[in-house]
Design a binder for this molecule. Structure first.
Ligand SMILES: [Mg+2]
Length: 311
């Protein structure tokens, strides 16, 4: 346990010290078998990884650094010990990589489905907080990484869990073991390079709508600019779907969506130098009119309504 954990797991409650000058960030998220994951093709370690990754992604979207996690497992009586161990292994491996201390938790039985409940704390200096409400007309709109890969990974696992092409394997990894954009989030906050920011847990369409609603603005997104992998494009085309509209609606990406004022462009270039190979793509512009528009070569379309979790 790090030195800032004064009392760790095993006592009545954990006790931690604050980081000097920083505020606490608190988030919680629950993953329910049959709603958020299917154990037929999501291995136990991936269940654990995803449970922590979704909360890490929320902390990154606030510009914060993660610190302490609390985990509750609510298990059906028939669940094997190996599965529990696997879930814990998945949580602990990702926690170690991001220096998160698992300071406590709880285990209970249920007649219902497996439930993995994660609470995560983080730390952020007041001037570095990223919220959804800061977008202004004229801002550029950016997204990290690729959008829609996780949806293709899920659909391809549902169709046939056993085999996949290398491109589709990448999409599966993105669904099973998403990499929350911790470094990008902290850098955007520290450099004050973003006006508004959120993470994409329920798809780009949902993200655009959330920032637009919180900020009282609209957005126009260029379909051609969207970062969609060749594997995802090929999958949707093979199934008779428009890759752009399918990727916009898809969920579970855990990328960061943010806007930046013209005056922040220099600071954003500073961020780009330090995010390594992570692509950050300009996808559109914030508008005064409240409409959410996808601009294609042929026409303007309305942003589709959001993503529904796996059922
Ligand atoms: Mg979020």
């Amino acid at each position: 346990m790090p030195a800032w954990v004064v009392v760790g797991p095993g006592d009545d409650a954990a006790v931690v010290t604050h980081e000097r000058g920083a505020l606490s960030v608190l988030t919680t998220d629950v993953q329910v078998e049959g709603i958020h994951f299917d154990r037929r093709f999501v291995p136990p370690a991936a269940i654990g990884h995803r449970a922590l990754a979704v909360s890490l992604s929320d902390v990154a979207a606030m510009g914060a650094t993660p610190r302490a996690a609390l985990l509750s497992l609510v298990m059906p009586g028939t669940l094997e010990v190996d599965v529990v161990d696997g879930i814990l292994d998945g949580v602990l491996a990702l926690a170690a990589r991001h220096r998160v201390a698992l300071v406590g938790g709880n285990i209970s039985r249920t007649p219902g489905p497996l439930v993995v409940d994660m609470t995560l704390t983080g730390s952020v200096h007041p001037r570095r907080i990223l919220s959804r409400a800061g977008a202004r007309p004229g801002d550029d709109v950016y997204v990290t990484g690729m959008i829609g890969d996780a949806l293709v990974g899920l659909q391809s696992l549902q169709a046939d869990p056993t085999s996949a092409s290398p491109e589709r394997e990448t999409c599966r990894e993105r669904y099973l073991r998403p990499e929350p954009r911790m470094r990008a989030g902290v850098l955007l906050g520290r450099n004050r390079a973003a006006a508004a920011c959120m993470d994409l847990s329920d798809g780009l369409a949902d993200g655009l709508r959330q920032i637009a609603d919180a900020s009282g603005v609209g957005m126009t997104i260029a379909a051609d600019a969207l970062p969609i992998s060749t594997g995802a494009r090929a999958w949707h085309e093979a199934h008779g779907r428009d890759p752009v509209m399918a990727s916009i609606a898809g969920g579970d990406d855990y990328e960061l969506l943010f806007t930046a004022h013209a005056t922040q462009r220099g600071r954003l270039r500073g961020v780009l130098k330090h995010v390594g190979s992570l692509p950050i793509t300009r996808i559109g512009v914030v508008t005064k009119g409240r409409d959410l528009v996808i601009r294609t070569a042929a026409d303007d379309r309305e942003v589709p309504s959001g993503f529904e979790h796996f059922r």
